[in-house]
Design a protein around this ligand. Structure first.
Ligand SMILES: Cc1ncc(COP(=O)(O)O)c(C=O)c1O
Length: 385
């Protein structure tokens, strides 16, 4: 058995258009090397000590300035709490704000690994419907009549997997409902800074004055997931609760070492430059995938994403995407079937495609294989209905 170092290795001859990991060729090794060298060249070893619970103050200051530019609103370092990425932040939030048996709401569809974290905490997961403008408020209101959720987990911008963005009026209504029914909104804003088309509404991170709102951010998609670095933005009362947790009391702040290096990447202006490069690269990959879909798969429907990583394709009703995925393997490509993202075993005729991982030539190869696979399985791809 070869020794494995990464979570999702892709065999060289496979094009996996389903995978939502960034491509290592876009990791800014030089920028990180430079920042690390500078940190080690200083004679202050304090970044190797247990860190302050909320996260290195200089790093939070740099992060606040960086987010101000990207989010277009003033950001306070006092309302930022440093995490080891969104996944670990969700786990900590479940530990502190829920008990086994509590109900939580998720979107149908949702980022498929989040419900696994909630299941680890023995939470009862209830799905809320979505449409092309994100979470459907009427569906939320209906469920609020039956359930008393501890939180709603939502991906309000460039959603994974559907690519949709929650409209401004729905955001306002959601905040009102959270206050009225007293539940938390865990807004996963991992793709907020990766916009290539219409600018999204201001993030939930601009609402740290509201006790019910918790915004989650991450460096995984704007720098590198191996850093395991992210942040929470929330009301000072919530930040105090996080700081007071046993986990932080024992281990100190999360990732003081990594955050002190990433601070250098931010302060040098390198991160701004890198994010601009990602926006340019991903924006043109999105356009490429869209034009290929228009040319080769005229019988699928989708809402063109304005950012993020994903196209969410609706195939004709009788297509079973799990079966399609099985067939895809023999044609040396892969997709992610809709059921993966469903909490009620629905969405059978949907697939998620990622336009961020591969270059434009490989995207073309992948789409041509998908077309061939659909034709082999269901007849001519334009005559599938
Ligand atoms: C919506 C969403 N949230 C969270 C994550 C994971 O974030 P992190 O690497 O910060 O744990 C991903 C990664 O694909 C994602 O798409």
């Amino acid at each position: 058995m070869p020794i494995q170092t990464i979570q999702n290795p892709i065999p060289a001859d496979i094009i996996d258009l389903g995978l939502g990991d960034p491509n290592p060729s876009l990791f800014p090794l030089d920028m990180l090397r430079r920042a690390a060298n500078e940190r080690f060249a200083q004679n202050d070893p304090s970044f190797l000590q247990y860190g302050i619970e909320q996260g290195d103050g200089y790093f939070r200051l740099a992060l606040a300035r960086f987010l101000e530019t990207g989010y277009g609103s003033p950001m306070q370092p006092e309302t930022i709490f440093v995490t080891a990425g969104i996944s670990s932040a969700l786990d900590l939030l479940c530990t502190l704000f829920t008990q086994a048996g509590d109900t939580v709401f998720v979107e149908e569809a949702t980022y498929f690994i989040a419900p696994k974290i909630f299941a680890d905490h023995h939470l009862n997961i209830v799905p809320i419907a979505m449409d092309e403008n994100g979470l459907v408020i009427e569906s939320l209101q209906e469920k609020l009549e039956t359930f008393k959720p501890k939180f709603l987990y939502t991906i309000p911008v460039h959603h994974n997997p559907t690519g949709t963005t929650l409209s401004g009026p729905r955001r306002a209504r959601l905040i009102e409902l959270a206050q009225q029914y007293d539940f938390l909104v865990l807004a996963d804003e991992v793709y907020q800074l990766l916009s290539y088309g219409n600018r999204p509404p201001k993030p939930f991170a601009t609402h740290t004055d509201v006790q019910n709102i918790i915004s989650l951010g991450s460096f995984s998609k704007i720098l590198a997931p191996g850093l395991r670095l992210g942040w929470i933005q929330a009301h000072p009362n919530k930040i105090q609760r996080l700081i007071a947790s046993g986990l932080l009391d024992s281990g100190g702040g999360m990732n003081p070492f990594t955050s002190s290096i990433v601070r250098g990447v931010i302060e040098s202006g390198d991160l701004d430059q890198h994010v601009n490069k990602l926006i340019e690269t991903y924006g043109s990959r999105l356009k490429k995938m869209e034009s290929l879909l228009q040319e080769h798969l005229t019988n699928v429907t989708y809402t063109t994403p304005q950012g993020g990583y994903f196209f969410w394709l609706r195939l004709p009703e009788h297509v079973d995407a799990v079966e399609l995925r099985q067939k895809a393997k023999s044609l040396k490509f892969d997709i992610r079937p809709g059921t993966l993202f469903s909490c009620e075993n629905g969405l059978q005729n949907y697939i998620r495609l990622c336009f961020a991982h591969y270059d434009e030539g490989q995207i073309e190869q992948g789409i041509l294989r998908l077309k061939e696979c659909l034709e082999n399985t269901y007849g001519h791809s334009n005559m599938m209905i």
